[in-house]
Structure formats: structure tokens, C-alpha cells
Design a protein around this ligand. Structure first.
Ligand code: TRP
Length: 334
């Protein structure tokens, strides 16, 4: 039986953290067992906001190396850079003709920026480039080009997938045939929120992350610096309201969790000890990832080769979609 297709885009935003790992990377890698997977680095998307070439170049490599270190197997996943697939930009132009401007006006990212501008009394379009405004069209092309069935994304991206559905629907309705497959979002519900160092959701914008590939010494320091309440050592403590314990749960077995929880409840354990336990399990999990990351990031040529090979595998699929669209539209190549 033919397998369904899972596709997702990864924005090169630099250093990955454990929130990315549990929220995005791990669930996407699990889908590889049941789907044909295409995962790519969305480098042209990043260009909208990142204008410094050295930074962009480094971010692309770091994120690509990060996913490989975290377990993406390039022999099982077609792993490429968006910029390696020129067909993305052909399809973008074609679907532009089927995308209502009003649809773009409603995109959350654009609306948020416009609202922030208005609040400051500035022109609503200040700092908005056309790349940002048409972002959902490029993203729709990324998806529709490869006949994706499911798109693993975070909640914030659902609207973009719905826009891709709208656009594909408009194309199919116009040509009265299935030119573009309608994708659906796969939102990992139980890939719950990873608590950050301060107990809020782990997020780059809160500066409360644990970077995935931190060396052992810095990882330990970061965990030891976690803020706790001033409950004395001898007091019984509630594990479920302790961010140390909530993080611990992500990295430990059921038995380990039960054991630490009972030490919390028994009293006599200080926060320092709980942090040592947390460090031990986090480091146990991250040490092999860290080692692989170092090896992959050091081999720039090897990394580029992997991404190039991925693009070579992806392009024939993309070309077939563009061809199908051209034919339906009356823009065949003679
Ligand atoms: N917009 C996504 C994000 O910000 C990244 C992305 C680009 C994407 N193209 C995509 C995700 C296609 C899924 C499918 O995270």
C-alpha cells in the first residue's frame, strides 16, 4: 500500500532548545515510521526577517545539523533546503493568481504586526515587506508541491495550513480536477507544553530555554540556577507544582518519576538535590545528541551534501506537480 506523505518546514532560527525537541522534532520524527516524510529548511522564509548573510548561513547549518543530530535519518526522510527547489517559486507564482488578497489580510502574523504598528500610532504597514505579507502563499506552495497529506506543525501554524487548503480548493474548483492535494495539519496534542526554566512555557522569547546542545558544564550551571521557592529542606514538597519535577518527567522512566515524587513528598530533600537529579537525567538524554551535533556541524561539506541529495530526490516530485498545474492552466511547455 502506498504510504501517505508527511511534510514540514523548519525555520532556521538558530539554536534549538528542548521545547523544540519535544514539541516539534520528536513528534515529526515519529511520523517517519508511518509516512513518507519530506522535511526541509525554510530558508527563503527566514530571509523575510534575517538580512545578515553570516547569521542566516549559520542558522541554516545549525538547524539542519540539529535535526540530524536529534535523529533525522536522511536515508529515510527527504531532507532539503527550500532554496534548492526552484519549483517552489514557480508554484508560488501560479497560486498567487488564486489567492485572495483579503485572505492575506487576515493572516495572524501580518495582523499582529499591523496592530502593533497602529497601537504605536505608526503606519500599519511599517516594517512589513511583501515576503511577510505573502508568507502564507509561499508556505502553501511548499506544501502543495509535494502532495502532502499531513503537515506536523504547532498550533500557531494551523491558520497557514487552512490557507493552503483554501488555495488548493480554489485551484481544483476552477479546473474541475484534482490538481493539488488538500493537506491537513497534524497538531501534536500531547506533545504538551514544555515548561521553561522559570515555569512558564519554554520559549525563545521568554529567555527561559534549555538549549539542546549545551556542553555539560553549562547545562549543569543552567539547571542549578533555576529559581525555586524558599521552602526549607525538611518540608514535604509538591512535585506537580515544581518546574524541576515537570521537566524531570520528560527525561525519566515511570519508576524514576515515582521515586523522585516520593522523595519530594517525604520532605528532607532540598531543591539543590532535586536539581542534581534533574541534571543527571537531562544530561543522560542530551549527551549523545550533543556529540552527534558537534560531529555534524564540523563537517560542512557533508552537511551540504546531505541537503543537496535531498533536493535531488525532491525535485522530480515537485516538477510533476508544476507540470500538472501548467497543463490544467493552459501554460504547457512546447
Ligand atoms: N511557517 C512555519 C514556521 O514558522 C515554517 C514553514 C515554512 C512550514 N513552510 C512550511 C511549516 C511548510 C510546514 C509546512 O514554523
Amino acid at each position: 500500500m502506498e504510504r501517505k506523505i508527511s511534510l514540514t518546514g523548519i525555520k532556521p532560527t538558530g539554536i534549538l532548545h528542548i521545547g523544540n525537541y519535544f514539541g516539534a522534532i520528536k513528534p515529526a520524527l515519529e511520523l517517519v515510521n508511518t509516512y513518507d516524510a519530506l522535511y526541509f529548511i525554510a530558508d527563503y522564509h527566514a530571509l523575510n526577517t534575517m538580512k545578515d548573510p553570516a547569521k542566516l548561513r549559520a542558522s541554516i547549518r545549525e538547524v539542519a545539523a540539529g535535526w540530524l543530530a536529534a535523529g533525522l535519518d536522511p536515508d529515510r526522510v527527504i531532507f532539503y533546503r527550500q532554496s534548492g527547489i526552484p519549483e517552489v517559486f514557480e508554484l508560488t507564482t501560479m497560486i498567487m493568481a488564486f489567492t485572495a488578497k483579503g485572505l492575506m489580510n487576515r493572516a495572524h502574523a501580518y495582523k499582529a504586526q499591523a496592530a502593533a504598528n497602529s497601537e504605536k500610532g505608526a503606519d500599519p504597514d511599517a516594517g512589513v515587506n511583501m515576503g511577510l505579507f505573502t508568507y502564507p502563499v509561499l508556505m502553501a506552495a511548499d506544501i502543495l508541491l509535494f502532495n502532502a497529506d499531513v503537515v506536523p506543525v504547532g498550533k500557531d501554524q494551523i491558520q497557514h495550513i487552512e490557507m493552503a487548503q483554501d488555495i488548493a480548493g480554489a485551484v481544483n474548483a476552477n479546473y474541475k480536477q484534482l490538481v493539488l492535494k488538500i493537506p491537513r495539519p497534524a497538531v501534536q496534542e500531547e506533545a504538551a507544553v514544555v515548561p521553561g526554566l522559570d515555569g512558564r512555557k519554554m520559549s525563545k522569547s521568554y529567555h527561559n530555554t534549555i538549549p539542546l546542545f549545551l556542553d555539560e558544564k553549562d547545562l549543569r550551571k543552567l539547571i542549578m540556577r533555576m529559581v525555586t521557592n524558599s521552602q526549607p529542606l525538611e518540608d514535604p514538597k509538591d512535585p506537580e507544582t515544581s518546574q524541576i519535577y515537570l521537566l524531570y518527567k520528560l527525561f525519566s522512566s515511570a519508576e524514576e518519576q515515582a521515586a523522585l515524587a516520593s522523595r519530594y513528598r517525604a520532605g528532607g530533600m532540598g531543591w539543590g538535590e532535586a536539581k542534581e537529579e534533574l541534571f543527571r537525567v537531562v544530561n543522560r538524554c542530551l549527551a549523545p545528541l550533543r556529540e552527534r551535533f558537534r560531529a555534524v556541524i564540523a563537517d560542512v561539506e557533508g552537511l551540504d551534501r546531505i541537503l543537496k541529495r535531498g533536493a535531488e530526490k525532491a525535485r522530480p516530485i515537485a516538477a510533476a506537480t508544476v507540470e500538472r498545474f501548467r497543463k490544467a492552466a493552459g501554460i504547457e511547455l512546447y
